[in-house]
Design a binder for this molecule. Structure first.
Ligand code: FAD
Length: 370
C-alpha cells in the first residue's frame, strides 16, 4: 500500500471519476442489488476493498488508517451505500480472527469480490438485546450439524448467499455457554427466506427459517460451545469506529443548513444549527482519536458504545430540527430526508440499542454499580 497522504489523493481522484453521478437504484430491490454488486466489483478491481486485510485473502495489506481515509473520502464523495459493509466491517474481520486458514481461503476472497454476499444471523424473534437467550438449535448428528430455528431482521437476507449465525449447540445451563458460531449456506435445503417490508416500504430485510438444515462440520467458526466469545469479538468490530459516519452526518447537516439559511431562519434556529455543528466537530474528533487508538493496536473497547450513542442522537436531532423548521412535509415520501428520518430511527436500534449502549458505558466506562 502507498503512504497515507498519497493514498487519500488517489482515492479521492478515483472516486471523483467513478462515483455514479445519479447514484444507484435502491439495493433493497432486485435490480438495485445487482447494480450494487457490480459497483462492489469495480471497487474491488480498483483496490478499494479489504484495505487492511491480508493480501493472501484478497485484501490490500494496509492498516486501519487506510480504511478510515477511504471511508471518509467515500462519504464525502456521496458514493453508494456498500452492500459488503457487514462483510468488510465485522464478518470478515471475525473470520480473520477466529477462522481456520482453510476457512479464510475458502470464504474471504469471494466475500471481498462480492461473489458471495454475507449477512449476519444473530437476532431472533425473542432474542435481540438478550442475544444469549437465542433458541435456534444445532444438533450434532455424528458427521455435521442439523439446524432448526428462526432468525430475523437479517440485513440483505433476501439476497445473501451465506449467513454468519450464532446457534445453541450445548445444553442450557450457563446461558453464555453452549453457543457456537456457524456459517450457513442459504441455498441449502430447509432454508426459507421471507422478506420483511419495512416502514419505508423496502424489503431488503428478511426473516430466515431453518428447518433441519444440514451444515458441514467445517463451517463451525471457533471452538464448539464457545461461540459467545466469537460473538463478542464480532460485536466489537461492528461497534468499532466508523470514520465515514461523521462525513455522512456532515452531508446531511450541510443540506439542512443550506435550506435553513436560504429560508431566512430565526436566530434560535441558527443557534440550533450551531449546536449540531459543534456536536459534529466533537464526534469527528472522537472518531479520529478512536482510529488512532486502533492504529496503536488497542482493542475497540467500550468507547465504541459512546461513539454509537452520540452519533445516533446527533443524526436524529438533525432530522428533528429540519421538521421543526419546515414541518412534516420535509419528510414527504421519496425525499432524501424521508430516508434519513428512517435511518436515524434505526440508528438507535441496530448493533445494540441505545439503552444497551448506555448500560455498557455505565458499567465499563463509568464503573457505576449494576
Ligand atoms: C436497521 C437494522 C438492521 C439490523 N440488522 C440486523 C442483522 O443484519 N442481523 C441481526 O442479527 N440483527 C439485525 N438487527 C436487529 C438488531 O440487532 C436488534 O433489533 C437489536 O439488537 C434490538 O433487539 P430487539 O429488536 O429484539 O429489541 P428488544 O431487545 O426486544 O428491545 C426492545 C426495547 O427494550 C429495551 N431493552 C431491552 N433489554 C434492555 C435492558 N436490559 N435494559 C434496558 N433496556 C432494554 C431495548 O433498548 C428496546 O428499546 C437490525 C436492526 C435494525 C434496526
Amino acid at each position: 500500500m502507498t503512504g497515507h497522504a498519497e493514498f487519500r489523493r488517489r482515492a479521492r481522484a478515483w472516486l471523483a471519476g467513478n462515483v455514479p453521478a445519479d447514484g444507484l437504484p435502491d439495493p433493497d430491490t432486485d435490480h438495485g442489488f445487482r447494480a450494487h454488486r457490480e459497483w462492489e466489483r469495480r471497487l474491488f478491481d480498483a483496490g478499494y476493498s479489504g484495505l487492511s486485510w491480508p493480501v493472501e485473502y484478497g485484501g490490500r495489506g494496509g492498516d486501519v488508517l487506510h480504511e478510515a481515509i477511504f471511508a471518509e473520502e467515500y462519504e464525502r464523495a456521496a458514493a453508494p451505500v456498500r452492500i459488503t459493509r457487514p462483510a468488510q466491517r465485522f464478518l470478515g474481520p471475525t473470520l480473520i480472527h477466529y477462522g481456520s486458514a482453510e476457512q479464510r481461503r475458502r470464504w474471504l476472497p469471494a466475500m471481498l469480490r462480492a461473489d458471495d454476499i454475507w449477512c449476519q444471523g444473530f437476532s431472533e424473534p425473542d432474542a435481540g438485546s438478550d442475544l444469549a437467550g437465542l433458541r435456534t438449535r444445532a444438533r450434532w448428528d455424528g458427521t455435521g450439524f442439523v439446524v432448526d430455528g428462526q432468525k430475523t431482521w437479517t440485513t440483505y437476507g433476501r439476497f445473501a448467499d451465506r449467513m454468519f449465525t450464532l446457534v445453541r449447540t450445548g445444553e442450557p445451563g450457563g446461558r453464555h455457554r453452549g453457543l457456537s458460531a456457524l456459517v450457513i449456506d442459504l441455498r441449502s435445503p430447509g432454508v426459507r427466506v421471507r422478506p420483511v417490508r419495512q416502514l419505508h416500504g423496502q424489503t431488503g430485510f428478511a426473516e430466515v427459517f431453518l428447518d433441519s438444515v444440514a451444515v458441514p462440520a467445517e463451517n463451525l467458526v471457533g471452538p464448539r460451545d464457545e461461540g459467545w466469545r466469537v460473538a463478542l469479538t464480532l460485536l466489537s468490530f461492528e461497534r468499532g469506529p466508523d470514520a465515514g459516519a461523521p462525513e455522512r452526518t456532515a452531508r446531511r447537516l450541510a443540506a439542512l443548513a443550506g435550506d435553513v439559511l436560504a429560508a431566512d431562519a430565526a436566530p434560535g434556529t441558527v443557534r440550533e444549527l450551531g449546536d449540531r455543528y459543534a456536536r459534529l466537530a466533537a464526534l469527528r474528533a472522537y472518531v479520529h482519536r478512536r482510529v488512532g487508538s486502533r492504529l496503536c493496536g488497542e482493542p475497540v473497547g467500550a468507547q465504541s458504545s459512546l461513539v454509537k450513542l452520540f452519533s445516533a442522537r446527533l443524526d436524529a436531532d438533525i432530522v428533528r430540527l429540519g421538521v421543526e423548521v419546515f414541518g412534516d412535509e420535509r419528510l414527504a415520501e421519496g425525499t432524501p430526508e424521508f430516508l434519513d428520518y428512517w435511518h436515524s430511527r434505526a440508528g438507535s436500534i441496530y448493533g445494540g440499542t441505545a439503552e444497551i449502549q448506555r448500560t455498557v458505558v455505565a458499567d465499563r466506562i463509568l464503573g457505576l454499580p449494576r
